[in-house]
Each structure stands twice: as C-alpha cells, then as structure tokens.
Ligand binder design. Structure first.
Ligand SMILES: [Zn+2]
Length: 116
C-alpha cells in the first residue's frame, strides 16, 4: 500500500506540471526512486496506470532511475553501498550509519504534449 500512496503522490505532481503548462497529455515521466522505498518498477507502472486513468497523465510511460542505498562510515568518512546482511564499512570495518541516499522519490522530468 506504501507504493500505492507513493504513486498517487507522483501522479499528482505530474498532473500539476501538465496543468501548469496547459498540456492535455503527458507522454512520459522520469522518476528518481531510492532502493529503500521498496518500489518495484513494474508494480509502480501498474498503480500509475490505475491512478492516472481519466487524467492528463493517463498513458504516460514511467522511466525509473533507481538509486542504490548508501551508508556512511563515521570512522573514515566514506560513503559505501551497503553490503548484503552487513553494515560494515568495506575500508575499515566500522559500523556505517544510514544516509538519505536511497530514500529518494521524486519526479525529475516530464514530457508533455502541448497543442498550439
Ligand atoms: Zn570506514
């Protein structure tokens, strides 16, 4: 259900952009989605199609850029990609702390169809 709520928010942002530019239709939307959000591209498109029905965003193709989760090492200060089943820094072995990298969820760009 989390994914549904997230997609709903995204549809709103895309439709706001369409309204702001007086576009009747949205061709595509480019999203940045962090790994931590648990979003699955296929199911996101499915929710999107469902939620966007009857709005300018209907029929738009979603392009997702998935951002891998990063941790930060408090000892040596580097960012690293979290190893599976571990939080240890690959350089020094200290326990990493979470960062915001991997929590992203936003619309980077939309392609609109504008009649003139
Ligand atoms: Zn380290």
């Amino acid at each position: 259900m989390h994914e549904y709520a997230m997609t709903k928010q995204i549809v709103r942002v895309i439709n706001d952009a369409a309204a702001a530019h007086r576009a009747k239709k949205v061709r595509a939307a480019f999203l940045v989605v962090g790994e931590n959000t648990g979003a699955i591209p296929d199911s996101m498109q499915m929710y999107f199609d469902m939620i966007a029905r009857g709005t300018p965003a209907e029929g738009a193709v979603l392009n997702l850029r998935v951002v891998r989760t990063e941790m930060r090492c408090p000892a040596c200060g580097i960012n690293f990609r979290r190893p599976r089943f571990s939080f240890a820094c690959p350089a020094c072995g200290a326990l990493g702390s979470p960062t915001d990298i991997g929590n992203e969820c936003y619309v980077e760009r939309v392609e609109l169809e504008i009649d003139d």
